[in-house]
Write a protein that binds this ligand. Structure first.
Ligand SMILES: COc1ccc(C[C@@]2(O)NC(=S)NC2=O)c(OC)c1
Ligand SMILES: [Zn+2]
Length: 262
């Protein structure tokens, strides 16, 4: 069945529950991070988050039809500590962004405020055999979210964006034949983060993600935000620029977002 564009077909995210009842579940994502209600947890600082990336782990970039995705074999790229009880291996990064001259774009919001884009660095729990086995388990995935804000140019991310013209349509994929260390995409201060139990933010919306949302955004240029929209996707009116590929925040329900900082 030609599913079309999950953000633009029918009523979009607000209709996903019709086919995926878990959309109204107890641990859905993204959420608004109300900084008056987050709770500092000294245990998070006592066992610091360890984020390890390598120069040689990014293999290819693909147009998934709802974002770009840089796929990795995870070599030398592991995440542990902080809220995590085991070692997670890096699998891919992708992003979500908004429309021209709009302030929306990120999936998580902070005190109701959106950023123009949000990067997701996806890791899977190595207690499982592989990503596919981990993806629907309650402790299966750990995703680092990094907000983008408009500011100085980020040459590193620019090298990834230079490949966008090579992946014009859904399914298009090219190899990355240069060294790219995803660690370049971490904000200068990656000690301060919020963490909570949530989900994938598109169908099938599996409640399998331990979210680690960096407090400090990464600066990219206004041009780089615009270049995100040069990727193309299918819409009910034909192929057009890709933007607004974000799910708005959903109710926090019975969850407390912990902070690694006071
Ligand atoms: C079946 O496995 C899936 C399906 C979709 C996504 C993408 C996404 O829903 N998840 C996050 S995080 N952002 C998204 O847009 C996925 O990412 C790990 C894994
Ligand atoms: Zn995502």
């Amino acid at each position: 069945k030609k599913r079309g564009n999950i953000y633009l077909s029918g009523a979009g995210p607000s209709a996903w529950h019709e086919e995926y009842p878990v959309a109204k579940g107890k641990r859905q994502s993204p959420v608004d991070i109300n900084t008056n209600k987050t709770k500092f947890d000294p245990k998070l600082a006592a066992d610091p988050l360890t984020i390890r990336f390598s120069d040689s782990c990014c293999q290819s970039i693909v147009n998934t039809g709802i974002s770009f995705q840089v796929t990795s074999n995870g070599a030398g790229c592991e995440l542990s500590g902080g809220p995590l009880d085991s070692t997670y291996q890096f699998a891919q990064f992708h992003a979500h962004w908004g429309a021209y001259l709009k302030t929306t774009g990120s999936e998580h919001t902070v005190d109701g405020v959106s950023y123009p884009a949000e990067l997701h660095l996806v890791h899977w729990n190595t207690k499982y055999d592989d990503f596919k086995d981990a993806v629907d388990k309650p402790d299966g995935l750990a995703v680092i979210a990094v907000f983008f804000k408009r500011g100085k140019e980020h040459p590193g991310f620019g090298k990834i964006q230079d490949l966008f013209s090579k992946i014009p349509a859904k399914g298009a994929k090219v190899n990355i034949d240069f060294e790219f260390n995803p660690g370049l995409l971490m904000p200068p201060d990656s000690e301060n983060y919020w963490t909570y139990l949530g989900s994938l933010t598109t169908p099938p919306l599996y409640e399998s993600v331990t979210w680690i949302v960096m407090k400090e955004p990464l600066e990219v240029s206004v041009e780089q935000i615009a270049i995100l929209r040069t990727l193309l996707w299918e819409t009910p009116n034909g192929v057009s620029q890709m933007y607004n590929n974000f799910r708005p925040p959903v109710p926090l329900r019975d969850r407390v977002i912990r902070a690694s900082f006071g």
